[in-house]
Design a protein around this ligand. Structure first.
Ligand code: NAI
Length: 257
């Protein structure tokens, strides 16, 4: 039986992924703020280290899969916390658990990014310098120009940086035999999306936009893609980003290939 770690395992896409993996016969170690196998606050360096240590302890240093899913939505009015959870909460776990994945069987990892990753480029990403220097103390200032929409700016920046981080690791991870990809969901019906719909700044635009397929995604639909990417049928899929958004990105940016 293979063992996969899922962060953000108690809600939304993470919970659906945990359920789908279990149904497929895999052991799952869930990580979340509460109610999970491993409880840890991924917004802090100590919490991220504690999560890595606890997972390594539980899996005896050998892991077959990792899904970095925990995240905060753009409605959260704390850019530093958004970047800490959505970027560092994923990348520090990827890096901290890489040695255990190398020791696994047919190992693979998936990071949950977002279609928002393509809302800016690496060249215009306000946290690119922080990512490259490792000094995240200036995040608030870096996104301040977005005013009351700084949460959205930080969210897109963190997701863009996460997708770049995965691509940057493709050579080293591929040589080690560990596949690594991102999924980039559009609007998926979860507590995170519903909080955005209830937010006075974002609610109208979220409710007013419908993907070409005419609905939001369901968490289990994203989980299906993640399970595929972790499994042997995706054996040549590496360093790639999979948009899963009901056609929204194609409708908004038809020429962006
Ligand atoms: P959700 O709110 O249902 O689940 C997020 C999970 O992350 C929760 O279980 C929460 O407790 C956990 N989490 C938050 N902060 C944490 C922290 N500091 N430490 C540990 N765990 C923490 O949200 P959803 O929608 O399932 O989001 C999952 C991922 O999918 C996120 O990374 C999100 O950015 C991404 N995503 C979601 C979209 C959507 O429309 N729902 C669209 C695109 C991406």
């Amino acid at each position: 039986m293979s063992t996969t770690v899922v962060t953000g395992s108690t809600s939304g896409i993470g919970a659906a992924t945990r359920a789908a993996l279990r149904e497929a016969g895999h052991a799952v170690v869930g990580v979340d703020l509460s109610g999970a196998d491993v409880t840890a606050d991924l917004s802090t360096a100590e919490g991220r280290q504690r999560a890595v240590d606890a997972v390594l302890d539980r899996c005896s240093g050998r892991l077959d899969g990792l899904v970095a899913c925990a995240g905060l939505g753009p409605h959260v009015d704390d850019p530093a916390r958004i970047v800490a959870v959505n970027y560092l909460g994923a990348v520090d776990l990827l890096d901290g658990l890489f040695p255990a994945l190398r020791a696994g069987s047919g190992p693979a990892a998936v990071a949950v990014s977002s279609v928002a990753a393509a809302h800016l480029t690496w060249e215009t990403n306000p946290i690119a310098a922080a990512v490259d220097s490792g000094d995240f103390s200036g995040v608030e200032k870096a996104v301040a120009s977005a005013g009351e929409y700084r949460g959205q700016f930080a969210y897109a920046a963190a997701k863009n940086a996460l997708t770049v981080a995965v691509r940057r690791r493709a050579v080293e991870w591929g040589a080690a035999g560990v596949r690594l990809n991102t999924v980039a969901p559009g609007a998926v019906d979860t507590p995170l999306l519903r909080a955005g719909e209830d937010d006075p700044r974002y609610g109208a635009s979220i409710r007013g936009f419908t993907a070409p397929l005419g609905r939001h995604g369901r968490p289990d639909e994203i989980a299906s893609l993640i399970v595929y990417l972790l499994g042997p049928h995706a054996g040549f899929v590496h360093g790639a980003q999979f948009v899963i958004d009901g056609g929204a990105d194609a409708a908004l940016r038809p020429h962006a290939v």
